[in-house]
Design a protein around this ligand. Sequence first.
Ligand SMILES: Cc1cc2nc3c(=O)[nH]c(=O)nc-3n(C[C@H](O)[C@H](O)[C@H](O)COP(=O)(O)OP(=O)(O)OC[C@H]3O[C@@H](n4cnc5c(N)ncnc54)[C@H](O)[C@@H]3O)c2cc1C
Length: 311
Amino acid sequence: MTEQTDHFDIVIIGSGPAGFTAAIYAARGGATAALFGGVAPGGQLLQTMEIENYPGFVEPVVGADLMQKMLKQASRLGARVFSEDISAVDFSVRPFRLTAGAKTYTAGAVIAATGAQARWLGLPSEQKFIGKGVSGCATCDGFFFRGKEVCVIGGGDSAAEDALFLTKFASKVYLVHRRDKLRATFRLQEKVRTNPKIQVVYDHVPEEITGEAKVTGVNLRNVKTGAPLRLDTPGVFIAIGHSPATEIFKGQLNLDDAGYIVTNAELGTSVCGVFAAGDVMDTRYKQAVVAAGAGCKAAMEALLYLESTKN
Ligand SMILES: Cc1cc2nc3c(=O)[nH]c(=O)nc-3n(C[C@H](O)[C@H](O)[C@H](O)COP(=O)(O)OP(=O)(O)OC[C@H]3O[C@@H](n4cnc5c(N)ncnc54)[C@H](O)[C@@H]3O)c2cc1C
């Protein structure tokens, strides 16, 4: 019995702004394109009600609406969108092989756009207030806290950078860290220390985020003494890092120490014909418009790659 496979010129794995933009460009570039987006396609922006910095929208756009528009646009242009996860890839053979459910697909080129997830503390109250005062993205949400007090949880470079960024809007920024020293680079620590708007709260961990419809503050505990401390901050920014979704690429693509896919300037990976775009390879910006731009670049490079394999 022969195995049934469907072949596409370009298969895109992931359904955030990077994946859908790649699908739009691949389909418009004349390729047969399939996008596998998981059971609930749309990516991280599904978690946010108000996006104010995606170009083209005068008024804030709801994340789910923006992603629905991208999905419809990609479908209208001819990309096939599957609400399934890719569970395994084999980049050692040509064409590349990808597994979704019980089925195997083949592809001339692949774009990995599986994104990343902000790491959360794991408090039940945190999940309840995401988008209502709890945020994993200072660049995205800092603007909503003009003139208010906020706190940032974390002690590494991203936490220090977020705290510094938030001083542009907030009247005061508490930087809450569980140890007695920040892990951020010396230069960032100096900037934090000399910024009059930032107060570092050492040796404390969040116990509960409180509020009704929106956040009203956070209850902390001193890890050394056990003493409680209350901060009345309507904004709580969690800055304890991101986890890239690269499990299926382990052993197939070069990943860096934090698990991000390593790419060159053309977004090529360690396997010729496999490209990566968006938060799965972006250790720095993590913004929707940057992911969309990378999706466009990856699709253009994949089309060029396919062209080069024809001769
Ligand atoms: C709460 C929140 C608010 C934000 N607000 C803003 C904002 O206002 N402005 C802004 O520019 N950015 C914002 N961001 C950041 C923005 O969402 C990300 O930068 C952007 O979504 C990254 O896009 P991406 O396409 O790389 O991946 P993602 O959006 O992470 O999407 C990847 C998708 O691929 C899917 N996937 C993963 N593995 C597989 C697999 N094996 N098979 C199939 N599918 C898979 C995932 O389930 C996910 O749906 C926000 C992020 C969060 C969490």
